[in-house]
Design a protein around this ligand. Structure first.
Ligand SMILES: N[C@@H](CC(=O)c1ccccc1NC=O)C(=O)O
Length: 288
């Protein structure tokens, strides 16, 4: 167990129960999630309405000059949220000279998690084709929660990610993710009626914590940041700490950090604010 003292795993795997905000509301967990959806959707709309940034699936830079690309993969435990709630991160990065790609993906149970993971590798392939076609200078990938889990595959798919491609990757940012799915696969709260399609046969192959990593050296120019929020559950925090350890022991340049003051949701909401702690962290990645 990631948190041996945990008495209620359902609770530990329900990020909204761990917020310290909205305590004056009858159900703070519902309030934090409702707030997250409202605020992140607003961030998306404001990009076009107030900030003059066009959000298609990709924002192209003016002309074809070299620019770094930032790719964001949203969370929602593979079954909720979509692109319209995933644009908070765009504004501050565009203002720093990045192009930003925000990924949309099929949700469970329309696809099983295994199918979604396969589709994610197609997305990675497409992104790298795009970087090659449009002269992107470097790429940073960030995933939140379930999106961090999906992103972990980038380290495994040598058939898609050639050495030349991994050298283009400045950083991988894993925000508040889960990397070992064994505990959550039987929780009705996270996997109702097994909509993720998990079983004993596939549980290890969908758990990045348990993978054998080979070809680590092709990633020696990529920094890996494994981040958890202070007000994530102890289980979530330990998953991140442990995953950073696993990666470091394999030889990756991986670090763990706990972001003070944030919960699972405002760590994303505040990516929309140019001088928030999380935006400052994302911005510093390029100069570290
Ligand atoms: N229903 C969950 C929501 C959730 O897990 C979640 C929501 C938005 C973004 C990320 C999430 N978690 C991981 O992917 C909860 O209330 O905590």
């Amino acid at each position: 167990m990631y948190n041996p003292r945990c008495k209620d795993l359902d609770r530990d795997y329900f990020p909204s129960y761990h917020t310290t905000r909205f305590q004056d509301q009858p159900e703070p967990n519902l309030a934090v999630l409702e707030h997250f959806v409202r605020v992140t959707k607003l961030h998306g709309r404001e990009l076009t309405e107030k900030q003059g940034i066009s959000v298609d699936h990709l924002r192209y830079g003016e002309g074809r000059q070299l620019a770094p690309l930032f790719v964001f993969v949203h969370g929602g435990y593979w079954q909720e949220m979509d692109m319209s709630m995933s644009c908070s991160i765009v504004g501050p990065l565009v203002r720093r000279g990045y192009r930003v790609a925000v990924m949309d993906y099929n949700l469970c149970p329309q696809v099983t998690l295994e199918e979604l993971m396969t589709q994610f590798t197609h997305f990675l392939n497409w992104i790298f084709d795009y970087t090659e076609m449009t002269k992107v200078s470097a790429v940073t990938f960030a995933g939140h929660s379930a999106g961090a889990h999906l992103l972990a595959q980038i380290l495994m798919r040598q058939n898609v990610i050639t050495a030349q491609r991994s050298k283009m990757v400045w950083a991988l940012v894993f925000l508040c993710g889960v990397y070992d799915l064994r505990e959550l696969s039987n929780l009705e709260s996270v996997n109702p009626k097994n909509i993720l399609g998990l079983n004993e046969r596939n549980i290890e192959s969908v758990s990045p914590m348990l993978w054998e990593y080979t070809d680590v050296t092709v990633w020696n120019s990529t920094k890996i940041y494994v981040v958890a929020a202070e007000h994530d559950s102890p289980t979530f925090i330990e998953q991140s700490r442990h995953y950073a350890d696993v990666l470091r022991k394999k030889g990756y340049k991986a670090s763990f950090s706990l972001f003070k003051g944030y919960d699972h949701f405002d760590i994303i909401e505040e990516t929309a604010i140019d001088d928030s702690d999380v935006s400052r962290f994302l911005r510093n990645i390029e100069i570290e």
